[in-house]
Write a protein that binds this ligand. Structure first.
Ligand SMILES: [Ca+2]
Length: 353
C-alpha cells in the first residue's frame, strides 16, 4: 500500500504546489489590477484652470505688458543656444496664455480657415513621401511600452492621418471639453493667420525669451527641471509619473505665472515664434527694435529655410531627454508639419499701459 501511495502523494503535492503557485499569481495580478484601477480613479486631471482677473480697463484683452530691456539671448546646455548675445528688446504686449482651442475655434468660425494639417500634403514639395503621409494629418506623440535607445524618434512620433487641431490624437479623438487647453497641431502659417486676424503678430525669439525670463537679463543660474511647469517626470518616453498633475497637455494657466504674469511660458506646448530657425545664435535673424511688422519674417543668410524657432519646451521635456524646459532653449520646427506638442501665443506692438 505504502509503495503504491508514494506516487499518489507526490502527484498530490505537485498539484497542491501548482495550485498554490496559481493562487499566488492570481492574487498578484488582482493586486496589480486594483492598484492601477485605483490610481486611474485618483488621477483626475482638471479640464480648466481659473485665471486671475486682469486689471480693469486693460487695453489689450488677455495680454500683459512686457517692459523693454537688454536680453542675454541664449543658454549653455545645447549648441543651438550658443553663443549668448546681448540684444535690446523694446516693450511689447504678449498673450498671458497660450492660444486655446476655444480662441482658435472663434478664429476658424469667423474666417472659415482650414489649417495646414487639414489639407492634403503638397506632392510637389514632398515627392518621396509614402501615400499615407500625403493624407491630411499631423505628427502625434504615442508613448511606447519600450524603446531601443533614444536615437530614433519614430519610436514615439507617428504621422497620424486625420490628426489636426480638432482631433489632437487622431480622428477618434476630440477637443470636446478641452476648450481651455492650448491649441496644438498648428503650423507657422496657421499661427500667423490667427495672429493677423487678432491684429497681433507672433513674438520674435528675442521677445519670447525676454518675456519668459520675466524681463530679466540673465539666464537662471541652474538648469533644473522647473516645478511650476507641465513637463515630463520619469524616464522619457516610456515612464511618465505625471508628478506635476498632467500626463499630456494641460489647460492653460494651471501653474504659477512668472514675474510678469505670463503662464506656461515653459512647458505644456512648444510655442512658435516668427523667426526663421538658425542652427545657433552666431547670426541673428531679427530684433524687436527693428520689427518689420505683423506676421512678417526676416530671413537671414544662415536661416534654415522651411523651419521656424519654437520656444519653451513641452509636456514631453524630461531630464533624460530634451532638457528644453528653459527660456534660452530653442528648436527648429518644420513649417509644413503640424505636431501634437506645438502651439503658440501672440504679441502686439502698442504703447505701454
Ligand atoms: Ca506633465
Amino acid at each position: 500500500m505504502r509503495r503504491m501511495n508514494k506516487p499518489f502523494v507526490a502527484t498530490r503535492t505537485r498539484r497542491l504546489l501548482a495550485l498554490a503557485a496559481l493562487l499566488v499569481v492570481a492574487v498578484c495580478a488582482w493586486l496589480l489590477w486594483s492598484a492601477q484601477r485605483s490610481e486611474q480613479h485618483q488621477h483626475h486631471e482638471p479640464m480648466v484652470c481659473a485665471l486671475p482677473a486682469l486689471p480693469a480697463g486693460a487695453p489689450h484683452t488677455g495680454m500683459v505688458w512686457v517692459p523693454g530691456g537688454i536680453l542675454a539671448l541664449g543658454d549653455t546646455v545645447y549648441q543651438e543656444e550658443a553663443p549668448i548675445r546681448q540684444i535690446a528688446v523694446d516693450g511689447f504686449w504678449l498673450d498671458r496664455t497660450e492660444v486655446t482651442n476655444d480662441e482658435f475655434s472663434a478664429f476658424v468660425q469667423a474666417t472659415a480657415y482650414t489649417t495646414v494639417a487639414e489639407r492634403p500634403v503638397d506632392a510637389k514639395a514632398h515627392p518621396d513621401l509614402p501615400a499615407d503621409m500625403r493624407l491630411p494629418g499631423a505628427v502625434v506623440f504615442i508613448s511606447p511600452t519600450s524603446v531601443s535607445g533614444q536615437g530614433n524618434p519614430t519610436q514615439w512620433w507617428r504621422y497620424v492621418p486625420g490628426a489636426d487641431w480638432r482631433h489632437p490624437g487622431g480622428p477618434a479623438t476630440t477637443i470636446a471639453g478641452r476648450g481651455a487647453f492650448a491649441v496644438v497641431n498648428v503650423t507657422i502659417e496657421d499661427a500667423q493667420a490667427y495672429a493677423r486676424w487678432k491684429g497681433s503678430m507672433l513674438p520674435s525669439e528675442a521677445q519670447w525669451e525676454w518675456a519668459a525670463r520675466g524681463a530679466k537679463n540673465q539666464a537662471l543660474p541652474d538648469h533644473e527641471q522647473p516645478a511650476q511647469a507641465n513637463t515630463w517626470q520619469g524616464l522619457f518616453p516610456v515612464a511618465n509619473s505625471a508628478q506635476d498633475g498632467f500626463v499630456g497637455l494641460a489647460p492653460v494657466g494651471c501653474f504659477a505665472p512668472n514675474a510678469l504674469g505670463l503662464f506656461d511660458m515653459i512647458g505644456n506646448a512648444w510655442e512658435l515664434t516668427r523667426d526663421a530657425y538658425t542652427p545657433n545664435h552666431a547670426v541673428l535673424v531679427s530684433q524687436s527694435a527693428q520689427d518689420p511688422g505683423p506676421g512678417s519674417v526676416r530671413p537671414s543668410p544662415s536661416a534654415k529655410m522651411g523651419q521656424h524657432v519654437i520656444k519653451g519646451g513641452s509636456f514631453l521635456c524630461a531630464p533624460n531627454y530634451c532638457m528644453r524646459y528653459r527660456a534660452g532653449a530653442r528648436q527648429g520646427q518644420e513649417d509644413d508639419l503640424a505636431v501634437s506638442h506645438v502651439g503658440f501665443r501672440t504679441a502686439r506692438i502698442a504703447p505701454s499701459p
